[in-house]
Structure formats: C-alpha cells, structure tokens
Write a protein that binds this ligand. Sequence first.
Ligand code: AHR
Length: 354
Amino acid sequence: MRKRFIGRRAGLVILLCAMMAFMAACGSSGGSQQQASGGGGAPAPSQSAAPSSSTPSESTGEKKIVLGFSQVGAESGWRTANTKSIQEAAAAAGIDLRFSDAQQKQENQIKAIRSFIQQKVDVIAFSPVVESGWDTVLKEAKDAGIPVILTDRAIDSPDTSLYVSFLGSDFVEEGRRAGRWVVEQFKDHDGDVNIVELQGTVGSAPAIDRKAGFEEIISADPKFKIIASQSGDFTRAKGLEVMQAILKAHKDIDVLYAHNDDMALGAIQAIEAAGLKPGQDILIVSVDGIRDAFVAASEGKINFIVECNPLLGPQLMDLVKKVVAGEPVPKRIVTEERTFTIEEAIAELPNRQY
Ligand code: AHR
C-alpha cells in the first residue's frame, strides 16, 4: 500500500517536473521578446552591435542623420544661446543630435569625439575650446571616414583636410571693430589712453583673434596703451574677480575692452563697487551682444557692443545635410554681424531673444 502510494507520488513528481520545464521554456522565450522590443531591459546584443549609426525616424521610418556635437561648455550667455540654437535646429531638421558638454576642457572634447567615432555617427561637429592640439583625434575621425565640421571656433592646424568646413564669426574683425570705436572716441584726445583688456579663455580662437584685431587698430597711434591684459575665461565671475584686482593696481583707466559681455558685466559690478561709474568714468566696449549687455547699454553702462552671432544652429544643420548628401560645401562660412552704439542698443533691446 505504502509502496503503491510512493510509486504514484513519484509519477506525480515526474509529471510536475515536466510541466515546470515546459513553462520555464515558454517563460524564457517571452522574456527575450520583451528585451528585443526594448521593454525596459538591457538592449539585445544585435541592437547595440548595429553597424550603421543612422536611426529610423519615428514618423517616416527613414534613416535619421546622426550628428555628434561637442560643445565648449556653458560659460556665457552667448554659449547658452548657441546650445539652444543647435538643439532646436537639430530637432526641427529631424537630425538625431548626440550632444556632449566639455565643461571648457579640451580632454573632454577629445573623449567625446572618440566616443562619436565609436558610435559611427554620420557627422561630427564641435566648437574647439582651444586652437591647438586636435590633429591626432581629427585624423582618427578622418580615418574612420567621418566628416568633421568646426563651428564657432577654429583650429590652428595647417592640415585643413581634417575638417570639411568652418562655420562661425570673424573674430579678428570683431577685435578691429572694437579698436576702431576706441580710436574714434579719442581722436581729439591729447595724452595717453589707458586701456584694460579682459581676455577670453587662454589659447582659444576668440581670445587670440579679438586681441590681435584690436591691437592691429590701436597700434597705429602710440597714445593707446594697454596697461593691463588678463584672462577672465569668458565668465562673469572671473570678469568681476579680475577687474577687482586690476582696479586696485590701476587708478587711471580710460577704457575697458572685454572679449565678451559676461566678463564686461562682471567687471561693471567691480567698477561700481569701487565707486566709479561704468560707461562714464571708464568707457566699456564688449563683444557678443547678449540681452543683458543690451540692458547695460540702455542704462549707459556699456558704450559699444560688437556683435558675435550665436544662432548657428539652422546653418549648421543645412551644412550637415549637404555633407551627408555628398554635396560640395564652402571651406569657410562667416556669419553676418554688426555693432551697436548706446542709441542702437536701446532700439534693438526689445528684439533681442537671447
Ligand atoms: O567662441 C565664442 C565666444 O565664446 C563668445 O564670445 C563667448 O561669450 C563664448 O564663451
């Protein structure tokens, strides 16, 4: 009796085991289906190993162009406007933008470019933090067959085959415009004109070129003297800090030339804290043309603005599409810009979006 019961129980156990094995088999196949369709698990290996970077558009099913973009950082109002322009233009153009913020560090940009190469993006664009030191990584992109577009800032490599196009401003001309305005203001002035210069990031194209263009113009008359020239790294905080130190060392400053608005706005705080009137005791010329600078100009605190246009997104996306289509593109595209006196800044202020 007991033996028969044991025998029947053994039969039941075997039956149960067989059923469990069958259910487990069904369960595992359901799990892999969910993973392959992106149901919250890690992507299936076949997805991550996809050879092409282009992603299918949700609406049309067409392959989207993949653009890897390495941005300098978020150091200024100009940069914030530039990032927004690029992100909005990519979305409008149906381009899959892989965006990376380098936090003002060249090594971060090099890492980002290498990662874009590994991802096999269609095009790489970047705004180089500094001018030098790009040849190795850009050669890697070239060897991988990925075209590179420089935006906003240029590089100093003699090998121009490392990039297909440059899109941005003429920084030397911006410096010249600032210099011409200063020369004009003091054309009837006898005696020295003491100038303080707040430079942008050391080694960056805008810092190098805006200095060169400005000096080219003022050097025509020896009365123009740059009595202090230091980097404020294009930030408001550094502009304030550096100007505080300069004001302690120099009592007789006629002009402040700031390579960007954010440094000028920081310096204005330092000038006011020192009991001086920005725009009157010290004339101020700065580069960019962000809204805050227009506000300062309308209050008479900035005397002259040299515009540098950050809204490069739409032009960049057009360029990317042409490059992917194999169409010829210009090697250098310079954006159109202008200057603003106080009166012109007051008129422009209601229109400034950034
Ligand atoms: O490269 C453009 C410069 O970078 C802008 O003038 C400045 O504001 C930014 O940080």
